[in-house]
Design a binder for this molecule. Structure first.
Ligand SMILES: *Cc1c(COP(=O)(O)O)cnc(C)c1O
Length: 394
């Protein structure tokens, strides 16, 4: 099947189907550690790369291949490579690209563990330096990206403030110094945003979020050129071992069949909730990329076909006021996760962003009255009522 001929709705269901000799209709789960060879000669040729074929599931597995092919087709990429988690994808990317003396430039509003991987706790130990840009301003990025920069990394829209970064402009700066430009596309998924078509070199995914979509299994992936994925990253990953389990690949692969319909529904629900929150007298400010009041709404609408599931807002009041709203919910789950059909509610300053210093939290505007919602697929009316219960008490 030639991927260019089909829409994302079709690719999400049909791309990457590998049928076994049994002709199963639904994609098969190959729960096996190793694969059998017909002769000593065949085994030898497979091991030295002369013959294609499966050897061992740390290297390759047909169910994992199906997931990789489907994700690559959706992102419009040559290839993808699956990892055990999103963080395995990000640490694999950094270790594959960087050597001692190299330099990473990252947005400061990326996933917290990502900053730890790029910074002193992990890459810093191997002599890689990291500069953090705490701004969407192109001037700030131009100052940070310089010769010697190997990796430029960002997440857009950001979590939880929904800042939108200009992928094409920052990509151009990375290209000028020969750096690889990677975008964590976990929030939008290829259904809402395709970073490669905007100038990114690589896309990073936590498949534990929307790709699965129901919060069941962990997974991750790197997406890009065949050379990057199938040679460089593959050689690193088959040796170091953070490969995706076939069962997890199978769950995510089947989850992706409903990704287009889910992402559009998440975006619709989130926009409706964001607009309602904006009109509520006890809400001070709402952050959501597709709100008319968002400072980068025009850029967001150029880069994304929907606003995604995640919004945040501040209540008129302090931390206890925010906690009151969180504690009043009956439907939403109080959990740090996102990318699930179940709506989740989080108080970032005391949980997901609780380990940051106060100064860092202030710089990122993670105030004590801020609440993040990852909007799921329950009814809009029920979600509004769930938040109104707490807000109306303030
Ligand atoms: C969750 C998340 C990750 C990490 O993924 P895991 O699968 O939990 O390792 C990375 N980036 C973003 C944007 C995330 O939300």
């Amino acid at each position: 099947m030639n991927d260019h001929d089909y829409s994302l709705d079709t690719l999400a269901i049909r791309a990457g189907g590998l049928r076994s000799p049994f002709n199963e209709h639904s994609e098969a789960l190959f729960a096996t550690v190793s694969f059998v060879h017909e002769s000593a000669e065949m085994a030898a040729k497979r091991f030295n790369g002369e013959l294609p074929g499966y050897i061992y599931s740390r290297f390759t597995n047909p169910t994992v291949d199906m997931f990789e092919q489907r994700l690559a087709a959706l992102e419009g990429a040559e290839a993808a490579i699956a990892t055990s988690t999103g963080m395995a994808a990000i640490s694999t990317l950094a270790m594959t690209l960087c050597s001692a003396g190299d330099h990473i430039v990252t947005s400061g509003s990326v996933f917290g563990s990502t900053l730890n991987v790029f910074g002193a706790p992990v890459m810093g130990k191997f002599g890689v330096t990291c500069e953090v840009v705490n701004s969407t301003s192109l001037d700030a990025w131009a100052k940070a990206i310089k010769p010697g920069t190997k990796l430029v990394f960002l997440e857009t829209p950001s979590n939880p403030m929904a800042d939108v970064f200009d992928i094409a402009a920052i990509g151009e700066m990375a290209r000028k110094v020969g750096a690889t430009f990677a975008v964590d596309n976990c929030f939008c998924t290829p259904i809402l945003q395709r970073p490669l078509s905007l100038g990114a070199d690589m896309v990073v995914h936590s498949a534990s979020k929307h790709l699965d979509g129901q919060g069941r299994v962990m997974g991750g992936a790197l997406v890009g050129t065949k050379e990057m994925c199938r040679e460089k990253v593959y050689n690193f990953l088959r040796t170091t071992g953070a490969s995706l389990a076939p069962f997890n690949a199978w769950v995510i692969l089947k989850g992706m069949e409903t990704l287009p319909i889910r992402m559009r529904a998440h975006s619709e629900n989130a926009l409706a909730l964001a607009e309602w929150l904006e009109s509520h007298p006890k809400v001070a400010k709402v952050n959501y990329p597709f709100l008319a009041s968002h400072p980068s709404v025009a850029l967001a609408k150029r880069q994304q076909s929907g606003g995604g599931a995640v919004l945040s807002f501040t209540v008129k009041g302090d931390k206890l006021a925010a906690w009151k709203v969180v504690d009043a919910v009956k439907i939403m789950s109080i959990t740090g996760n996102l990318g699930d059909v179940k709506t989740t509610i989080t108080h970032p300053s005391s949980t997901t962003h609780g380990r940051m210093t106060q100064a860092a939290r202030d710089a990122a505007a993670i105030t004590d009255n801020l609440i993040r919602i990852a909007v799921g697929l329950e009814s809009q009316e029920d979600l509004r009522a769930d938040l109104a219960r707490g807000l109306d008490q303030l």
